[in-house]
Design a protein around this ligand. Structure first.
Ligand code: ADP
Ligand code: MG
Length: 210
């Protein structure tokens, strides 16, 4: 996150990754640094995320910052103060596609926008507006969690009960785990399940031979 010459022209940073990867932690860290640099920061979060607190961005490591909950992207522009130089948005994946226009407008006004959100849903598909947001970003940080099965690099969010197929189901470790690609086994198609089963069988056969 360089504070270079492009700062005055606005900038879009996106922090993405699975649940528990430290997105909120990283957002809080960046905001605190910019506040030390005496820049006026406004922090927003989606109103649907009331897991820990209605008006604070809270990380799983209990760090937190006061934030304004909003439900529609346009509310960010409505609540914007003239003096604001930085806008931070947590849980950005929950907003509708109107967030793209809002983020672009903020950057055009010379504001640094820092967004944090899940890049993928529990099926491993782009979450809400994230694909487009990642495409228009000037800077992207894709961060990882620790796989709850093997301790490896987790890039996926595993839903413990995939029978609920809604993309948005707000929850915590009661509902979700961070998983690596190898331990993330959500499949839409039966043929994928079959291919995965065969691959697993071949792998264990190979391991017994070695
Ligand atoms: P995110 O916003 O990406 O969900 P947070 O910033 O809220 O992540 O929390 C990150 C913190 O979560 C870590 O610093 C660690 O203390 C904790 N944590 C819990 N489970 C895991 C995990 N499986 N992998 C990494 N960190 C985890
Ligand atoms: Mg978070």
């Amino acid at each position: 996150m360089a504070i270079g010459p492009s700062f005055s022209h606005g900038h879009i940073d996106v922090i993405c990754g699975p649940m528990f990867s430290g997105k909120s932690e990283e957002l809080i860290r960046r905001v605190r640094r910019l506040q030390i640099a005496k820049l006026k920061v406004q922090i927003f979060k989606h109103g649907i995320d009331d897991r820990y607190h209605a008006t604070r961005v809270v990380s799983h490591s209990s760090q937190s910052l006061e934030a304004t909950p909003v439900n529609k992207p346009i509310e960010i522009l409505q609540k914007l103060l003239d003096s604001t130089r930085v806008v931070a948005i947590d849980e950005v994946q929950f907003f509708d596609e109107g967030i793209i226009d809002v983020v672009n407008k903020l950057a055009r006004r010379g504001i640094r926008v820092i967004c944090a959100g899940l890049d993928q849903d529990f099926k491993g598909k782009p979450f809400g507006p994230m694909a487009e947001l990642l495409a228009i970003a000037d800077d992207v940080a894709k961060i990882h969690a620790v796989c709850t099965v093997c301790g490896g690099t987790a890039t996926k969010t595993y839903r413990k009960n995939p029978k609920n197929a809604d993309q948005v189901l707000v929850g915590e470790s009661n509902l979700y785990e961070a998983r690596c690609r190898g331990h993330f086994d959500y499949f839409d198609e039966e043929e994928d399940v079959l291919a995965y089963t065969i691959m697993r069988q071949e792998r264990s056969l190979h391991e017994t031979e070695v």
